[in-house]
Design a protein around this ligand. Structure first.
Ligand SMILES: [Zn+2]
Length: 682
């Protein structure tokens, strides 16, 4: 779990391991009948810019707090949860009588070491001395392979990644998966793009790497040289890596090979040694997600001198633990990843950062205590009912599609009926009994947490998929669909205002939580999800003609989002964001269909001056109100499969006749796509 895991693509790495597509890492507030009237900008015209009209004043009046690069309903709700979690952590840390080995002892001790900044300061980088020395002592290729294996156990992914994932073509089993990795910048494109800003980012990155080497005791000159070696290695890895758009195609990333074949493909990785250092016996089969990448790594291992690999591995390791070391490392790390890349002004309070770390390594232990405090059974019951209503609405939409044959419809309905649903928290909590946490050292606990997570994952090889397992903790403000499990999952933390509000009317709840549920359902039928069948296997269940019809419709949404330009000359990448955009449009459409069945819609009485249909769309806009720093927006446009919040409102709504009717949007208005460009899929 290196830097990339922690800050850059938590969702994406989890996607690789667990196979899910999340809603968005971010959310809110609660006023009056569930919609914040004061947040509206009534001087704006809803037919021209609905986002401005619905939440324009909110956007104006809610600047981003210094520690954030993004501020919106997701972060506001997350902050609310943090207060609950902080109470749990502080209480646990004070409880010195907690039974050794209990979750409370582990959470409490972890928090205690994380908050003991005096000790962390005093130790400097001493706690990783052993690992650094071991890298420094590499002499042979065999040692090198050993050090790479150590990195995988302690740090996530030097050079490449290895983990157990659900086998996309046999969803009951796990398969050892090898995938590209090893970069310190957020994406391979950062190394290859020729524009000025990318060049500047590379320059800044090399400076940052050099800075970290000076903190390790190198002279400026040595450090600069080492940083260049790192850049050279990472650039080669980047050039051999697939783009994010390529990686969205599950067929491209599925290449099952026997162990013998892997050894032939990349003999220089010395796989027997690698597995023996890893402490696992090599499995018989692998999915090698990017064969071309491993061919390049194979060449690199042979040709790049060992002294350069030592430099790379040192950087990779230090970068992965910098935020747990003394303040000089921590501050330099924040300066580049927080300030420069994301535009944050100041670091979050220490307790928040420690809390996020504990969430990562003891997430279920903390989650168990969290749901006891926050999640009433009534919330689960009402959410379950909405999920059921959404599934019913989706069923009727499939049945009534005018472009799909009966043969494919039958399969689609079968897939829908097979959906698993998880709400709130898992029936079975993760067992941390083999993870020993103590009051000795913060980074010591982090490293133990990483080894535990690595082993826990790798131990799944050879065992059937556990259907009860969750890919998110209950305290996460998010939701996901897993194509290989064919299930939708809604953690307790998202079942709160403004997503889900016990006090709000149906319009707001269907426009927010209903559309979120619809969004996750549609992921099972978006351009990626549709390639998986009812059992979660990568298998084509479409007639050829229906598949082509789908692609033609999807092409329209690629084009629509490609045309948006949120900042300077940077456009949304229609192909990268296609799955999410399809899910938003389909999710809202299905949620509106379900909403039409409620008494509230049928009565059609105004509330706060607005019709139920109008309030439905306010519910959605309120979920996506946000402010984002320019740096974070640029980063997101390059790396995030989710479009920025504003376009998640403008984009789908301008395709929806239900919206046009609610706000009397006429042809030619900005909130109405021209007839030949309107997207309608589900
Ligand atoms: Zn999504």
């Amino acid at each position: 779990m290196n830097k990339i895991y922690q800050k850059l693509s938590l969702g994406l790495i989890l996607l690789a391991i667990f196979g899910f597509i999340n809603l968005q890492c971010s959310t809110p507030k609660n006023v009056g009948h569930g919609f914040d009237l004061k947040g509206m900008d009534t001087t704006a015209n809803p037919t021209q810019n609905f986002y401005q009209y619905a939440v324009g004043n909110w956007v104006k009046n809610n600047p981003i707090p210094g520690e954030y690069s993004y501020w919106g309903s997701f972060s506001i709700l997350a902050e609310k949860n943090y207060k609950v979690l902080k109470g749990i952590l502080e209480k646990s840390a004070k409880d010195t009588t907690a039974k050794k080995g209990s979750n409370i002892q582990k959470i409490g001790d972890f928090y205690y070491t994380g908050m003991d900044s005096a000790k962390i300061e005093k130790l400097g980088f001493k706690p990783i001395d052993k690992q650094l020395k071991s890298i420094a002592s590499i002499q042979s290729k065999k040692d090198l392979i050993g050090a790479i294996a150590m990195g995988h156990k302690l740090n996530g992914s030097p050079i490449f990644n290895i983990y157990a994932a659900v086998d996309a073509k046999n969803s009951k089993a796990h398969i050892a998966t090898l995938s590209q990795s090893g970069l310190g910048l957020p994406d391979r494109d950062y190394y290859t793009k020729k524009d000025k800003r990318s060049e500047q980012t590379r320059k800044k990155y090399v400076e940052h790497v050099a800075k970290m080497f000076t903190l390790l005791g190198n002279t400026q000159k040595e450090a600069a040289k080492k940083a260049n070696s790192v850049m050279k290695i990472e650039t080669r890895l980047a050039k051999a890596s697939m783009t994010r758009v390529e990686r969205r195609d599950p067929h491209k990333t599925y290449n099952k090979m026997s162990y013998a074949k892997i050894k032939r493909l990349a003999p220089n990785i010395e796989w027997n040694n690698f597995f023996s250092y890893l402490g696992f016996s090599a499995p018989g089969y692998f999915n090698i997600a990017q064969p071309k990448f491993f061919k390049e790594v194979n060449k690199m291992i042979k040709r790049i001198p060992i002294k350069d690999w030592k430099v790379y591995l040192t950087w990779n390791f230090v970068n992965g633990v910098a935020s747990y070391l003394s303040s000089d490392f921590d501050a330099a790390n924040f300066e580049f990843y927080g300030k420069y890349l994301r535009g944050s002004k100041v670091q979050s309070a220490r307790w928040k950062r420690v809390m996020r770390t504990i969430n990562r390594y003891l997430g279920d232990a903390l989650g168990q205590l969290y749901v006891e405090k926050t999640f009433p059974p009534e919330a689960k019951a009402r959410a379950s009912k909405i999920v059921q209503n959404l599934k019913t609405a989706m069923k009727s939409r499939i049945e009534n599609l005018d472009w799909m044959s009966e043969t494919t419809k039958k399969q689609a309905l079968h897939k829908l009926a097979s959906f698993g649903v998880k709400i709130g928290y898992p029936d079975k909590w993760k067992d941390y009994s083999k993870l020993n946490i103590d009051r000795e050292s913060y980074i010591g606990n982090v490293l133990k947490g990483r080894i535990f997570a690595f082993k826990r994952n790798m131990n799944k090889l050879g065992k059937p998929v556990d259907k009860t397992e969750w890919g998110m903790t209950p305290q996460t403000v998010n939701a996901y669909y897993s194509p290989t499990r064919n299930e939708i999952v809604f953690p307790a933390a998202i079942l709160q205002p403004p997503f889900f509000n016990q006090k709000a009317d149906d319009a707001i709840n269907y426009g927010a939580m209903g559309a979120v549920i619809g969004h996750e359902i549609i992921h099972g039928f978006d351009d990626e999800g549709r390639k998986f069948d009812a059992d979660g296997n990568l298998k084509d269940w479409w007639t050829k003609q229906d598949g082509e019809r789908f692609d033609k419709r999807a092409q329209k949404i690629f084009n629509q989002f490609d045309s948006y330009e949120p900042i300077d000359s940077l456009h949304i990448n229609g192909k990268l964001t296609a799955g999410e955009n399809i899910a938003d449009l389909g999710g809202l459409t299905v949620a509106f269909t379900a909403f039409k069945n409620t008494e509230e819609y049928k009565k059609n009485e105004k509330l706060d001056g607005f019709t139920p249909a109008q309030r439905f769309f306010f519910g959605w806009a309120q979920v996506w109100e946000n402010n984002m720093r320019d740096q974070a927006l640029r980063l997101r446009l390059k790396t995030d499969p989710h479009s920025p919040g504003k376009y998640r409102v403008l984009g789908p709504l301008s395709n929806m006749p239900e919206f046009w009717k609610a706000f009397n949007v006429k042809p030619g208005d900005k909130m109405r796509m021209p007839k030949d460009k309107v997207v309608k899929i589900w």
